[in-house]
Design a protein around this ligand. Structure first.
Ligand SMILES: NC(=O)C1=CN([C@@H]2O[C@H](COP(=O)(O)OP(=O)(O)OC[C@H]3O[C@@H](n4cnc5c(N)ncnc54)[C@H](OP(=O)(O)O)[C@@H]3O)[C@@H](O)[C@H]2O)C=CC1
Ligand SMILES: O=C1O[C@H](COP(=O)(O)O)[C@@H](O)[C@H](O)[C@H]1O
Length: 494
């Protein structure tokens, strides 16, 4: 069955930061895919804005190159690319220079039926000037939308300052804060799994679940990404993506999929997280930094070796593991073990729901003991869901118990390409759907929870624990979970 494509209203999408890396690698390809699928056509416009002096044709040429490089070859056809780039135009503008602000009036249509969206793919210090520009030049409309890229601050205070600047022009129902994890198909599937099935909800609680693990590991390094040393894994991954995953796993069933119904429930989870402060930080968190490794076949640089001279000696963490707890009736006593890192053994993002042991085994004389059930939701790569169950090993040899996975592999089940997160999110903005975007109070609640961890690390004399590139992180991370008599999940299909 082929996918049903519902076209969106015609729009004017103004992309600030159009010459940047994000526009080139993610935004242009995502918009192209949606155009190719017929979700919008030449009635819409995409207007790039940056300081670089380009003509429309130059911007169109760069967009063509980005499609050639980042769109799968079977989706590239000249006729569609020609049609797509014909709706692209460009305006050169330094938003910090009010004396020379450029006019967008020629590009923006003054028609209330045409959706107006501003995508701020620029550093957050430009959000204020851009909002001022939009307001003073009269491009603001009460029904316009503004999309904010991360990082939205480096702590609660700076996040409040950014949000205040934006809020001085845009109302909260106009603001779309991107957490691209929410746009991932498999993350949305978590909602379907939990709330479109009868099976799980009755057992989704502390009476039946022993613990939850969330791992987002990357095999790539961090050092060449300019921003990373100011950020570190706690701010870069835990505060946003992993907190959002915790929310989706732990929240109460919302009354509907309406944006605020969902966000209200996520917010309650964030506000129920037990604070990790002071001496508890050393007990419940582990931070690491990768070391290089050289063998006969490979040579991988350590984080320190990748840094420029003035940053050597940095104590920025490239790995975090922590034990979080949610203080409410559903989750009391169920630890959430979270970990993320760069230069780890594999690229894998997964959520593991480890159920409790059965209350009593009747298999006294069987070969093998029953193991507790486990649900593994693989977000990437090899997206899918595995439910580990006990079965009788077939054959005449008596009762032999074996753990096997019920395996739903998305790649094997669905022939169609899995859309990239940005494809969904960019058009949700046009649809006016905020469900997959973070509300201000959620963002701030997440900062409020991570800030004391960061502060305790900054005050500590200890450096991050070293781990060798290509491994699963420092030994402290293994100890964190093993201390509780548990282990990190390793997917060897049982
Ligand atoms: N790249 C990525 O994969 C991701 C990026 N982000 C975030 O998105 C934002 C953009 O990232 P990225 O594209 O990588 O950054 P780049 O540095 O590649 O691009 C920054 C953009 O901002 C424009 N710009 C800078 N100063 C001004 C100005 N005064 N007036 C108008 N435009 C200006 C630049 O254009 P010019 O120099 O021509 O003015 C350029 O287009 C950042 O906040 C980043 O953290 C978030 C997630 C992923
Ligand atoms: O936001 C970020 O996410 C990426 C990982 O995203 P993924 O979609 O590839 O899983 C991470 O590499 C980057 O450091 C971080 O800023």
């Amino acid at each position: 069955m082929s996918r049903r494509i519902i076209p969106v209203h015609p729009f004017d999408y103004v992309v600030f930061g159009a010459t940047g890396d994000l526009a080139k690698r993610k935004l242009i390809p995502a918009l192209y895919y949606r155009f190719k699928d017929g979700q919008f056509d030449e009635k819409s416009r995409i207007i790039g804005v940056s300081r670089t002096v380009w003509t429309d044709a130059e911007f169109q040429k760069v967009a063509r190159d980005s499609i050639t490089e980042f769109v799968e070859p079977e989706y590239q056809d000249k006729k569609t690319i020609d049609r797509f780039v014909s709706i692209l135009s460009y305006v050169s503008n330094d938003v910090t220079n009010p004396e020379n602000w450029t006019d967008l009036a020629e590009k923006l249509r003054d028609d209330p039926k045409i959706v107006r969206a501003f995508y701020l793919a620029v550093a957050p210090n430009l959000f204020g000037p851009i909002c001022e520009y939009l307001s003073k030049k009269g491009y603001y409309r009460r029904d316009a939308r503004v999309v904010l890229e991360k990082p939205l601050g480096h702590d609660l205070e700076s996040s409040e300052a950014i949000n205040n600047e934006v809020a001085s022009i845009f109302k909260e129902d106009q603001v779309y804060r991107i957490d691209h994890y929410l746009g991932k198909e498999t993350v949305q599937n978590l909602l379907a799994l939990r709330f479109a099935n009868k099976l799980f909800e009755p057992i989704w609680n502390s009476a039946n679940i022993d613990h939850v693990q969330i791992t987002v590991s990357e095999s790539v390094g961090a050092g060449t990404r300019g921003y990373y040393d100011e950020s570190g894994a706690l701010r870069d991954m835990i505060q946003n993506h992993i907190m959002q995953l915790v929310c989706l796993v732990a929240m109460e069933p919302p009354a509907s999929d309406e944006a605020n119904a969902l966000r209200d429930e996520k917010l309650k989870v964030l506000r129920s997280l037990k604070p990790i402060k002071g001496a508890d930080v050393a007990k419940y968190t582990v931070r690491g930094q990768y070391r290089g490794v050289t063998s006969e076949t490979t040579s991988v640089k350590g984080y320190q070796d990748e840094l420029p001279a003035d940053k050597k000696g940095s104590r920025t963490e490239t790995f975090v593991a922590l034990k979080a707890e949610i203080e409410n009736w559903r989750w009391a006593g169920v630890p959430f073990y979270l970990r993320t890192g760069k230069r780890m053994a594999n690229r894998v993002s997964e959520i593991v729901i480890q159920f409790r042991d059965i209350p009593h085994s009747i298999f006294e004389h069987a070969e093998g003991a029953p193991k507790a059930n486990k649900l593994v939701i693989r977000l990437q790569p090899d997206e899918g869901v595995k439910l580990f169950l006990m079965i009788k090993d077939p054959g005449p040899g008596g009762m032999r118990l074996r753990e096997v996975p019920l395996n739903l592999s998305f790649a094997q089940t669905f022939a169609e390409r899995t859309p990239e997160a940005y494809e969904r999110l960019l058009l949700d903005v046009v649809r006016g759907s905020q469900t997959l975007f973070m509300r201000r109070d959620e963002l701030e609640a997440a900062w409020k929870w991570v800030d004391p961890i960061r502060e305790a690390w900054d005050a500590s004399r200890d450096a991050p624990q070293p781990y060798t590139a290509g491994t699963w992180g420092p030994t402290g991370s293994i100890a964190l979970i093993e201390r509780d008599g548990r282990t990190w999940h390793e997917d060897d299909d049982a």
